[in-house]
Write a protein that binds this ligand. Structure first.
Ligand SMILES: [Zn+2]
Length: 263
């Protein structure tokens, strides 16, 4: 069995109802040997680092989700994230998730943009790749990226269409594909995923959210990244082993190599 990587999930947060060791074991049995654990605020970024220190096969990313931008700036917490990165640079593989979310707009657009710029500066300082969350905000996102040099990263949880996919490829970023494609009825989304090169794709679950078919309504787990791979293989008419191999290589290329969970 060719190994897969879940390039974005949150199974390690205290607030989610997982038996984490069992979840990691199930993932390994399903051939998912590497898991990218992603922070969404300063406190759970601390949990992300602990999770990576305690378990093999975990790639740790730390950052603040755009939903938390206003709170984080008001409480002047970003300096704590900077300190966290500085003190744990031996285990941190990237920054994220950060970005812009104008769908929910839980934080003001101004604060979201400011916080994204701060993450870009932090990533540049330590030469780290970034996992971006961008929803209904691509115009402002590209405007900010145009002012940043040499950004490496992935636009995770892609749910848009061909225009934004083309832009992601044009900027040399990766695109993160998850369970959304297994239940979406958006033709433009599916067509854009079908056309985009595998060499620029990462597979993810975004667990506990966005559970793929046929497990809709249940909690999402890293092992289900295999369902995303199978769907993508059918959509593109490409052998599933090739999908697994290329997308796993892509994660290694972006976030670096790490020991798998069986070691
Ligand atoms: Zn996420």
């Amino acid at each position: 069995m060719i190994e897969l990587t879940d390039s974005h999930c949150h199974i390690h947060f205290d607030e989610y109802d997982y038996d984490v060791q069992q979840t990691l074991l199930d993932a390994r049995v399903a051939g998912v040997t590497r898991i990218v654990a992603v922070g969404t605020d300063v406190d759970n970024s601390v949990e992300t680092i602990e999770f990576a220190r305690q378990n093999n096969g975990i790639i740790a990313l730390v950052g603040v989700h755009p939903h938390e931008a206003t709170k984080t700036l008001a409480e002047n917490q970003f300096k704590n994230l900077e300190r966290l990165v500085k003190e744990n640079i031996d285990i941190i593989s990237g920054i994220g998730e950060c970005g812009l979310d104008y769908h929910y707009e839980h934080s003001t657009r101004k604060d979201q943009k400011r916080l994204l710029e701060m993450h870009l500066d932090l990533a540049a300082k330590y030469n780290l790749p970034i996992s971006f969350h961008v929803r209904e905000a691509f115009d402002d996102f590209w405007a900010i990226l145009d002012n940043s040099k040499d950004v490496r990263g992935v636009v995770h949880s892609f749910s848009s269409g061909s225009k934004d996919m083309k832009a992601i490829m044009g900027y040399g970023l990766y695109v993160g594909i998850n369970g959304i494609i297994t239940f979406s009825r958006e033709e433009d989304l599916l067509e854009s995923v079908k056309q985009a090169p595998l060499e620029r794709m990462l597979l993810e679950t975004d667990a506990p959210y966005l559970t793929p078919k046929p497990y809709r309504g249940k909690i999402n787990k890293p092992e289900y990244v295999r369902l995303v791979a199978e769907f993508l293989s059918n959509l593109k008419g490409v052998n599933p082993d090739i999908v697994a191999k290329i997308t796993t290589n892509n994660v290694e290329e972006l976030f670096g190599r790490t020991k798998d969970v069986s070691q």
